[in-house]
Design a protein around this ligand. Structure first.
Ligand code: RNT
Ligand code: ZN
Length: 422
């Protein structure tokens, strides 16, 4: 896109927002501070790098699509993430799952993983100036085949998963120490049942006991922040999910953990945006898994829709940008996976920018004075303001492709790199 045109459009946008009392420069500065944690698992459909004979079981996660170019090695995955980073403005973070360790073609069971399996990731993150977040992988494993992990009545399985998560926390804390930047460690387990169970109570009791044991070891907050993620239902856990919203909200409040809200994990008429101001009354910090739910699937590419917008608005309006960690969580193997990444990051950034460009004080005043038609009208008018021109300018200043230019870059990467992957 033409530089002069971008600057011209920005200067008009700046004036229009100034008329509403909004400083676009300040909004851009605020947006720079919103770090988005890039989920490494979009590049390879949540496959990971355990050796092929690791006998991946089912259990928990399903990705559809067979678009060419999936990352098959750590080198390819890093190359993909570097490409993504070159196409989005600002500094972000990288979100790793335990199965993405650098296992050097060795078979390492999940209850055996250690920091050395992640050292090359730490070095890479340092080189690229990225923070890291971390997740234990309690799915895609024979010990998850029956649908239960940390809440399992099978003591062999449960002990295995407890050991895995304990090691993941230890690794995460060490990563945080080496990077001098706190790692958010998020526990999600697939536990639940397809059909209506009789004994929900015992599974939830077991899960609580497993978590208590896992969290018995304390790590400094500067290195590790623990989070737990709830879900309403999943494929194969339609009738009951052990780690429900009530379960984890209670656990997080009682034990001072972060609560992870994935906006694909609730009933479609529920809005995560509406939950933020409630949960922040009781917890210091939360983690968001930003996604787009479509019917029963919780993991479509994020787009700039009302849901993500309300999430960003509620965080900004609550003055809680520092208390909310933002991570993406979707996996789509049916389109160019790198394109899926970039579109999702840009959509999330656009939502935050839109929220920073809101004349919140004016709107609040109208609300307090019961001038609610004016509030409605102004909110509607804001939708026609040129926030896209402000985002384009942010991209230009950040030296990344502006507007539709990023689409061409992704096509080029597809031709030059992705289609050559065997
Ligand atoms: C699954 C959860 C979970 C996973 C990742 C891969 O429903 O959203 O966060 O998507 O851990
Ligand atoms: Zn999630």
């Amino acid at each position: 896109m033409n530089k002069e045109l971008i600057e011209k459009a920005y200067s008009i946008a700046k004036e229009q927002y100034a008329n509403l009392g909004i400083d676009t420069e300040k909004a851009i500065e605020q947006l720079k501070k919103v770090k988005i944690s890039l989920h490494c698992w979009q590049a390879d459909d949540v496959g990971g790098f355990e050796t092929p004979d690791a006998a991946l079981g089912g259990g928990g996660i399903q990705v559809t699509g067979n678009y060419p170019g999936k990352a098959k090695t750590i080198a390819q995955l890093r190359q993909d993430i570097e490409k993504v980073l070159s196409l989005v403005p600002g500094r972000q973070r990288i979100n790793l799952h335990a199965i993405y360790g650098d296992f050097q073609n060795e078979r390492v069971e999940r209850d055996q993983i250690e920091i050395n399996h992640f050292q090359s990731w730490i070095n890479w993150a340092k080189k690229n100036n990225l923070g890291i977040d971390f997740n234990p992988t309690c799915f895609s494993h024979p010990y998850a085949d029956d649908g239960f992990t940390l809440s399992s009545k099978n003591e062999t399985h449960r002990r295995f998963w407890i050991e895995h998560v304990k090691r993941c926390r230890k690794i995460a804390a060490e990563i945080g120490k080496q990077l001098n930047n706190s790692v958010v460690h998020n526990i999600w387990i697939p536990d639940g049942s397809k059909d209506t169970p009789v004994d929900r109570f015992t599974h939830r009791t077991i899960l609580r006991q497993s978590l208590d044991e896992i969290f018995a070891v304390e790590y400094p907050k500067e290195f590790l922040k623990d989070s737990v993620e709830c879900k309403l239902f999943g494929i194969g856990s339609e009738s009951m999910v052990v780690g429900s919203h009530e379960f984890y909200m209670g656990y997080a409040i009682k034990n001072n953990k972060l609560l992870c809200l994935d906006n694909g994990h609730f009933h479609p008429t529920e809005q995560v945006g509406d939950k933020i101001s409630s949960i922040l009354q009781y917890l210091d910090e939360i983690l968001l898994h930003v996604s787009r739910g479509v019917r029963w699937d919780s993991d479509h590419v994020v787009t700039f829709n009302d849901e993500i917008l309300l999430i960003a608005q509620e965080i900004v309006r609550a003055g809680a940008v520092n208390r909310v960690h933002i991570a993406l969580d979707y996996f789509d193997g049916s389109i160019n996976r790198i394109g899926a990444y970039v579109t999702g990051v840009r959509a999330a950034q656009l939502a935050f920018l839109y929220a920073f460009l809101e004349p919140t004080d004016t709107l609040k005043k109208m609300e307090e004075e019961n001038r609610n038609f004016e509030r409605l009208a102004l909110l509607e008018l804001l939708k026609t303001k040129p926030f896209g021109a402000v985002y384009d300018y942010y991209c230009l200043a950040g030296n990344v492709p502006v507007g539709e230019d990023y689409i061409a870059e992704i096509k080029k990467y597809e031709t030059e790199v992705l289609t050559n992957r065997k």
